[in-house]
Design a binder for this molecule. Structure first.
Ligand code: FES
Length: 73
């Protein structure tokens, strides 16, 4: 993985990790930090983590809605 693909470079956290956290029910930044270990270095990634968590939550909601419509797909 390229270094610039990490949302949190200090702790090597990428969007996939954030998306998985959202899929498991993480809904706020503090829980994301606890669950992934992100933002425990320089801390400059906080705003980006928050934005990506919001995006991931929205993606999960779309996916959940689609799964509810097509439960056997
Ligand atoms: S980039 Fe996330 S703690 Fe440094």
């Amino acid at each position: 993985m390229k270094q610039d693909e990490y949302i949190c470079r200090c702790m090597s956290i990428d969007y996939q990790s954030i998306f998985l956290a959202a899929k498991r029910g993480i809904r706020d930044l503090d829980d994301l930090i606890d669950w992934t270990g992100a933002a425990k270095g320089c801390g400059t990634c906080i705003n980006a983590l928050n934005a990506k968590l919001e995006k991931a939550i929205n993606s999960c909601n779309i996916t959940d809605t689609q799964q509810n419509k097509f439960p056997f797909a």
